[in-house]
Write a protein that binds this ligand. Structure first.
Ligand SMILES: N[C@@H](CCC(=O)N[C@@H](CS)C(=O)NCC(=O)O)C(=O)O
Length: 215
């Protein structure tokens, strides 16, 4: 049995929970981090050296941290889920998109900070939306002629990028931003997946005031 250590409304935990649901691997989750605390427990630091969530453990003592690495491992131990492209070149491109997934995460941070201010500054909001748009436009361009990041197949690359993309679509209507049509169509395809609904969309809605998911 696998155990995920992390609160459900954390974006990094949500990626892992979504992946687990896509693989069908048996698992349980323990609330950890945020208001639940535990990040500084010495035993948890053995699992996650920076004290951050998520971490994953298996009953035989195997453990891992860093959500994208956990996604890679889950896709590897469950090959029948088909989350890795079979082709070697495509497999390494998927890795590159996974690593790049940190960029939209970094771009959304300043926008959320600007939006959460007691008296938001419209100029700061426009500036931060422009930066986030530049980043998401890269993904939009990639998706112009593909159903998923790696083509027709849903892969680890979609799992690494789907949560932060949902944040983009949580930006309130009132804040103007360009319509990234291919990104939107891909997001709608993700929304059609029950596992995405359960572990990403529902969890984000619970924290709507944070403009997306809590970190
Ligand atoms: N790069 C790490 C990021 C981990 C991270 O920053 N986790 C956040 C939640 S998304 C955290 O632990 N925040 C402190 C807390 O929840 O106690 C990963 O993807 O696993």
């Amino acid at each position: 049995m696998l155990t995920v250590w992390g609160r459900a409304d954390s974006s990094a935990t949500a990626r892992v929970m979504w992946t687990l649901a896509e693989t069908g691997l048996a698992h349980r989750r323990r609330d950890w981090g945020g208001a639940f605390g535990g990040g500084d427990d010495p035993a948890f630091r053995e699992l996650s050296p920076h004290g951050r969530i998520p971490a994953i453990t298996r009953d035989d003592g195997f453990n891992l941290w860093e959500s994208n690495t956990i996604i890679r491992w889950l896709a590897t131990i469950r090959p029948e889920a088909g989350l890795w492209p079979a082709d070697e070149a495509a497999r390494w491109q998927a890795e590159a998109w996974m690593d790049w997934s940190a960029a939209p995460g970094r771009a959304m941070g300043p926008l959320r900070t600007a939006y959460r201010r007691l008296a938001p500054d419209p100029a700061e909001i426009s500036r931060t939306i422009a930066t986030a748009t530049e980043t998401f436009a890269v993904l939009d361009a990639r998706l112009t002629d593909r159903a998923f990041v790696m083509g027709d197949q849903f892969t680890v690359a979609d799992l690494a990028l789907g949560v932060v993309a949902h944040r983009w679509f949580r930006i309130p209507e009132a804040l103007e931003r360009p319509d990234l049509a291919a990104l939107k169509a891909w997001h709608q395809r993700l929304c059609a997946r029950p596992a995405y609904q359960e572990h990403v969309v529902a969890k984000v809605s619970a924290r709507a005031q944070t403009l997306g998911m809590g970190d």
